[in-house]
Design a protein around this ligand. Structure first.
Ligand SMILES: [Zn+2]
Length: 346
């Protein structure tokens, strides 16, 4: 079968590999859609400490079961499924609290286990053990189902930041994650959603799809002043920074209303992880800061339901569909910021 394998930064090859077989408690699926994530583009450029090469990339996976391992009860050949990316161990202190997204023993598809940029993918037993395989509802395409994984991370972020009814929410970053944040904030009852983005072209593309109440170009603009003005001086209830920018995180704190929440949804470059935080904003205005690290199996199920019910539509966010052979071109499309969601389709 054909796979897309990472060997080293800037060395990702489309090549032949032996077909996987389902061991005890495992499944093998025929991958129909594996969508590209900003992280795949980062891995292409600089690798990742958790990724041991050679490794088949891809972690936004949906497909059809083609082999059921011994003891993988409840699954049949032909079942349409979506698979989690972050695999918690399900047994540690954090998992027992229900905090699977910060399980210290978390492993990931496409990092520790071969991923979905392949014709076939083995679903490890530890995925099934934590209920990490979800049945795709009738009528939902596997391309849409593959977007459940990034949406599950967005759900985790908005739960942690407490996005809810009547709020003014600012989303910084208009990539696929930013677009999902805009849509989910509306589904959770936000009254106004403002979208901020550095790239004018990307802002136009995203705003055309998700229609924020205001689209604010950050290039050469005072976005803090803009948010203050648009909120009558009060600031925003929640600011979600879906961009790997320390400056954007600092600005987000300055945009927050009293009792507001700031979500550091995107990570910062490993060599520059510190920001200048005005601690008096946090202190006097009682502003909270929430982290976000992936998602739990339950978030994946919830994401699939939100997509299937139409509460968070994603079909129109899939702007590019490419065959496996063109996966590396897909990565470059993501890097150039020309797409919202790119899916590799087989
Ligand atoms: Zn755990």
């Amino acid at each position: 079968m054909r796979v897309v394998r990472f060997y080293a930064p800037r060395d990702v090859r489309v090549e032949d590999a032996p077909e996987p077989a389902a061991g005890p408690g495992e499944l093998v699926i025929r991958v129909r859609n594996c969508s590209l994530c900003g992280t795949d583009a980062k891995i292409w450029g600089s690798g990742h400490p958790d990724l041991r090469p050679p490794r088949v990339l891809g972690h936004e996976v949906a497909g059809e079961v083609v082999e059921v391992g011994a003891g993988a009860a409840g699954w049949s050949v032909g079942d349409r499924v979506q698979v989690i990316a972050a695999i918690p161990d399900g047994t540690c202190h954090e998992c027992r609290q229900g905090w699977q997204s910060v399980c210290p023993n978390q492993e990931r598809i496409g990092y520790h286990h071969d991923g979905g940029f392949a014709e076939l993918m083995r679903v490890p037993a530890k995925v099934l053990a934590v209920d990490g395989v979800n049945r795709v509802p009738e009528g939902l395409s596997l391309a849409e189902a593959s977007v459940a994984e990034p949406l599950s991370c967005v759900i985790n972020g908005q739960e942690r930041a407490g996005v809810g009814e009547g709020q003014t929410v600012v989303v910084v970053g208009a990539g696929p994650i930013g677009c999902l944040h805009v849509r989910l904030a509306r589904a959770r009852g936000a009254a106004r959603v403002l979208l901020i983005e550095l790239s004018r072209r990307r802002l136009e593309l995203a705003a055309g799809l998700v229609a924020p109440d205001e689209a604010i170009g950050a290039e050469g603009a005072d976005t803090v002043a803009a948010v203050r003005e648009l909120t009558g001086g009060r600031g925003a209830d929640v600011i979600i920074v879906a961009a790997g920018s320390g400056r954007a995180q600092e600005d987000a704190l300055a945009m927050a209303a009293r009792r507001g929440m700031v979500s550091f949804f995107g990570g910062l470059p490993k060599d520059r992880p510190t920001i200048a935080c005005d601690a008096n904003i946090v202190h006097y205005r009682e502003v909270g800061i929430a982290g976000a690290n992936g998602s739990s199996p339950a978030h994946n199920r919830q994401a699939l339901e939100l997509i299937a019910s139409g509460a968070v539509p994603v079909a129109d966010l899939i702007t590019h569909r490419l065959p496996l052979e063109q996966a590396v071109e897909g990565i470059h499309t993501v890097t150039r910021g020309e797409a919202i969601k790119v899916t590799i389709e087989g």
